[in-house]
Design a protein around this ligand. Structure first.
Ligand code: 2M8
Length: 449
């Protein structure tokens, strides 16, 4: 498809979206639905911004890291004080970071949430540096962000290895980022929802109810977040959570970012060897704990389901949630993935569940044949640009050039046709959710480069 219209080239249109979403220090995912700074959105946005505004890309990451907590966590939302506090739910009055998070070292000068999101930031920082190394060196960009990124990874690896097997657990579906994925249905079913009268959703003022999570989902999100907050956002043994899941995508992104931290360390004159080794250990732990060779898929591990099971016995596998979410394909981004695992994942991506071999425009967020598949409901089927961008990278990394090129072309076509939609129907490419969405525009710029 030709990407130039009377409104300018696709790259110019994408850059204009990022200009409109820029607040002066960071970029909002959407002016309407998400009017603050989101953690993994900012990482993807920086990856695109680096091509058109490298200084802004560096600032994007620096702003986020300035809100880091003393214990190393990078909060999933940094609230913009200029936006009315009830514009988004749950807002600053719900999270109460400065008070409830004091024990965990929440910063005093900025209001944030208390949960995290996938650690894409070191990967983003490295890519941002490489786009303009002269500017980066002149500003000391890497030497400023490196300690914060190292502390962030340390927090995840030391405070969040709740299963004790070398992988990080998420304690809320919002942490993993694919909020209402069917992968969470079983672990969430144990959580008693907060009553609907206890909160007021704001998302439905900007998005169609049929494209968003249900009220029951929200009740459970609110319950989990409120319990975590009321426990002072503590993670250690006394902070035992009702929901604790090891997720393939979250851990794969941590391993990819650990490789990126190794590159950053080397650029700064240190040895990166230990970090590469850690990334490889994470990759090995992913395969050992989450890979199912018969299914040819990575699955989530529900730590609470395994509580009653002997983790060494054959029943330990029952703790795997055998739903095919796109999260299970994301480890394809890892260079140290065993060759046969990578080949099997490519088969799954091309097969009938994800359709990349034919049948869909973009890979869905969930199994096309799964019982819970819904082509329009948020993370229960629609195709998203960040996950497809990661798959494109993974396919290229493992030598699947033609498949990657087809996916890249489809991403650009769909982004152009939907005015940078938040997510799309995987079959038709019809846009859903917000338009002028931050990471869709940013990753378009990255693919165009
Ligand atoms: C969505 O999540 C937020 C909560 O964090 C929401 O639904 O209000 C998810 O798609 C998440 O992955 C994304 O980072 C966020 C902002 O784009 O929106």
């Amino acid at each position: 498809m030709e990407h130039t219209t009377e409104h300018g080239s696709l790259g110019e249109r994408a850059a204009r979206v990022l200009d409109r979403n820029w607040t002066g220090t960071s970029t909002v995912p959407s002016r309407t639905l998400y009017p603050h700074q989101w953690s993994w959105d900012s990482a993807f946005i920086a990856i695109g911004l680096r091509h058109v505004a490298p200084l802004r890309a560096q600032t994007e990451l620096e702003t986020l890291l300035a809100a880091q907590w003393g214990d190393g966590r990078v909060p999933h939302i940094v609230f913009n004080p200029a936006v009315p506090s009830d514009a988004y739910f749950p807002g600053p009055a719900f999270w109460r970071s400065a008070t409830a998070g004091r024990g965990a070292g929440a910063p005093a000068g900025v209001q944030t949430s208390g949960i995290v999101q996938p650690p894409v930031h070191a990967l983003a920082a490295w890519l941002v540096h490489r786009a303009d190394p002269r500017l980066s060196r002149a500003r000391g960009f890497l030497s400023r962000v490196y300690p914060a990124l190292a502390a962030w990874h340390r927090y995840l690896l030391h405070r969040r290895d709740l299963g004790g097997g070398g992988l990080v657990s998420v304690v809320h579906p919002w942490e993993q980022g694919m909020d209402n994925s069917p992968c969470w249905d079983a672990p969430l079913a144990r959580v008693s929802p907060a009553p609907a009268r206890a909160f007021r959703r704001r998302d439905l003022e900007h998005g169609a109810a049929g494209d968003r999570p249900t009220d029951l989902d929200y009740g459970r999100y609110v319950r989990l977040a409120a319990d975590y907050r009321d426990g002072g956002y503590a993670d250690g043994p006394c902070g035992r959570r009702e929901f604790a899941v090891e997720d393939p995508s979250f851990n794969a992104l941590l391993a990819a970012s650990e490789h990126a931290l190794a590159h950053i360390a080397r650029e700064l004159g240190a040895a990166g060897t230990a970090r590469h080794a850690r990334a490889e250990r994470l990759t090995a732990a992913l395969v050992e704990r989450l890979w199912d060779p018969e299914a040819e898929m990575f699955f989530c591990r529900d730590l609470r389901a395994s509580d009653s099971l002997d983790p060494r016995g054959p029943d330990g596998s029952r703790a795997l949630v055998t739903e095919y979410g796109v999260s299970g394909l994301i480890p394809l981004i890892l260079p140290a993935l065993p060759r046969e695992v990578a080949a099997a994942l490519v088969r799954t991506a091309r097969g009938p569940r994800f359709g990349l071999g034919g049948g869909v425009r973009l890979a869905p967020s969930y199994d096309l044949r799964g019982p819970a598949f819904d082509p329009h409901r948020y993370w229960r089927g629609p195709a998203w640009f960040n996950t497809n961008w990661l798959l494109e990278r993974g396919l290229r990394l493992h030598g699947e050039r033609a498949q990657a090129a087809r996916l890249r072309a489809a991403l650009l076509d769909v982004a152009a046709a939907t005015d940078f939609a938040e997510y799309v129907d995987p079959y038709t490419g019809e846009g859903c959710g917000a338009r002028g969405f931050g990471w869709t525009a940013a990753l378009t710029l990255d693919l165009l480069d």
